[in-house]
Design a protein around this ligand. Structure first.
Ligand SMILES: NC(=O)c1ccc[n+]([C@@H]2O[C@H](COP(=O)([O-])OP(=O)(O)OC[C@H]3O[C@@H](n4cnc5c(N)ncnc54)[C@H](O)[C@@H]3O)[C@@H](O)[C@H]2O)c1
Length: 341
C-alpha cells in the first residue's frame, strides 16, 4: 500500500513545491489542508498538479480547514490513515505579525497545538515534521552561524510564535511519544512566491525600472544577508529526513530527544549582491538605495545565519542558489502574473 502524507498549508508557497516533489519522486498519496487566506492560493497548487497525468493528479486531495479550530471527527475521517505529516501552515509574513501579533499566536501556536493533538492519536504515524525558521535564533553577528540547539532570541512576534510552536512539538514527543522532527529553514525562494517577498519584489522592480530598496546597517554601508535556498531543495531535504533513520539518532547530552535540523542554503548572499544578480540576469541596470531598515522597522534583522553541518554530515547538501535563482528569475518573467498577485 502506498504511503500517505498530510501537508498543512498546501496552497502556500513552500508546501506547493513539497507537493510537486512528492508527486515527482514518490508514489505517496497527498492530503493537503489549508484555510486559503491571502497567501494560500489554490491556483498555485493547481498549476503544479495539473502538469501531471490524470492518474497522478488523483493522488492529491485538498481539504479546506482553518487550524484555529480543532480537527474534528468528520475532517479526521476525510483525511483517513496517515503515515507522515508536514506542518507548514502558518502566518508567515513578519510585517503582518508586528501589526497583528495575536493572529499569529492563534495561527502558529494554537494551530500547531490542534494538529499535534490530532497527530498524537494516530496509530499509523511514522513522523511529524514541523517547519520552523532560522528567525527563532534572532540576528546572527558576522562569524556566528547558529547550530540546531542554540538558544532562541525572537525579535518579532512571528519568530516567537514559531519558537513557541516548536516547544509544543518537543513536549508532544516527550509526553506522548509522538515521533517528531523540527526543521529550521533559511530564506526560501522559488516559482510562485508571494510578490511581497524580497526576491519576486526585486525581479518586478528591476523589470519596471523602479527603485530597489536594499536593507542595510545603520550607516548604510553593509547590506543585510541571508543563506537563500530554493523551495525544491527544501522539499528534497524533507524527503531525505523522512527516509533517514532518525529514531537511531541519540538524544543530546542533556537528554533532549526531539531532533532538529538546519536546512541551509549553500551560499550566503547579501541583499545588494542579490539585487545586482537579478538585474544582471535581466540585462538591466539596478536603480537602488541602501536604507537603514532595522532602525526604521523594528523586528527586521540585518543578518540571519545557520550552521548546516549536521545535515551535511548526514549526507544532504543543497544545490547552488545562484543556478536556481537564475531559473526562478527567468521563469517569473515568463509567468509574470505571479509577480502581481
Ligand atoms: N518562506 C520562507 O522563507 C520560510 C523560511 C523558514 C520557515 N518557513 C515556514 O515554512 C512554512 C511555509 O511558509 P511559506 O512561505 O510557504 O508560507 P505561505 O504564507 O506561502 O503559506 C502558508 C499557508 O498556510 C495557510 N494557513 C495559514 N494559517 C492557517 C491556518 N490557521 N489554518 C490552515 N491553513 C493556514 C495559508 O493559507 C497558506 O496557504 C511556514 O510555517 C513558515 O513559517 C518559511
Amino acid at each position: 500500500m502506498s504511503k500517505k502524507i498530510l501537508i498543512t498549508g498546501g496552497a502556500g508557497f513552500i508546501a506547493h513545491h513539497v507537493i510537486d516533489k512528492i508527486l515527482s519522486s514518490t508514489d505517496w498519496k497527498i492530503i493537503t489542508l489549508d484555510r486559503l487566506d491571502f497567501s494560500g492560493n489554490l491556483n498555485r497548487l493547481n498549476e503544479v498538479v495539473m502538469a501531471y497525468p490524470e492518474i497522478e493528479r488523483k493522488r492529491v486531495k485538498v481539504i479546506h480547514h482553518d487550524l484555529k479550530a480543532e480537527i474534528n471527527p468528520e475532517i479526521a475521517a476525510s483525511i483517513g490513515r496517515v503515515d507522515y505529516i508536514s506542518h507548514l501552515a502558518a502566518g508567515s509574513h513578519v510585517d503582518r505579525s508586528i501589526t497583528y501579533p495575536l493572529e499569529f499566536v492563534m495561527d502558529n501556536v494554537v494551530g500547531t497545538a490542534h494538529i499535534l493533538d490530532y497527530s498524537r492519536k494516530l496509530d499509523s504515524l511514522e513522523r511529524f515534521a514541523y517547519f520552523s525558521t532560522d528567525e527563532v535564533f534572532g540576528p546572527a553577528p558576522y562569524g556566528v552561524n547558529y547550530k540546531e540547539n542554540d538558544r532562541y532570541n525572537s525579535t518579532n512576534p512571528y519568530s516567537a510564535t514559531k519558537a513557541g510552536a516548536e516547544e509544543l512539538v518537543v513536549a508532544f514527543e516527550n509526553t506522548y511519544g509522538l515521533p517528531s522532527l523540527i526543521t529550521h529553514t533559511m530564506n526560501v525562494f522559488g516559482e510562485r512566491q508571494n510578490p511581497e517577498k524580497y526576491i519576486p519584489m526585486v525581479i518586478k522592480k528591476v523589470r519596471d525600472g523602479d527603485l530597489v530598496t536594499v536593507h542595510a546597517n545603520s550607516k548604510k554601508t553593509v547590506a543585510g544577508s541571508r543563506h537563500y535556498i530554493h523551495a525544491e531543495d527544501v522539499a528534497d531535504a524533507l524527503l531525505f529526513l523522512y527516509n533517514y533513520d532518525i529514531s537511531s539518532m541519540s538524544a543530546d547530552i542533556t537528554g533532549a530527544k526531539c531532533q532538529k535540523f538546519n536546512i541551509v542554503g549553500k551560499d550566503e548572499i547579501d541583499n545588494l549582491e542579490l539585487a545586482e544578480f537579478i538585474a544582471k540576469t535581466q540585462k538591466k541596470g539596478l536603480n537602488y538605495e541602501m536604507v537603514d531598515f532595522h532602525s526604521q522597522r523594528p523586528g527586521h534583522d540585518l543578518r540571519y545565519a545557520l550552521d548546516g553541518s549536521k545535515m551535511a554530515n548526514m549526507g544532504w547538501t543543497p544545490q547552488s542558489a545562484y543556478e536556481r535563482l537564475e531559473k526562478t528569475i527567468n521563469w517569473s518573467l515568463k509567468n509574470d502574473r505571479w509577480l502581481s498577485i
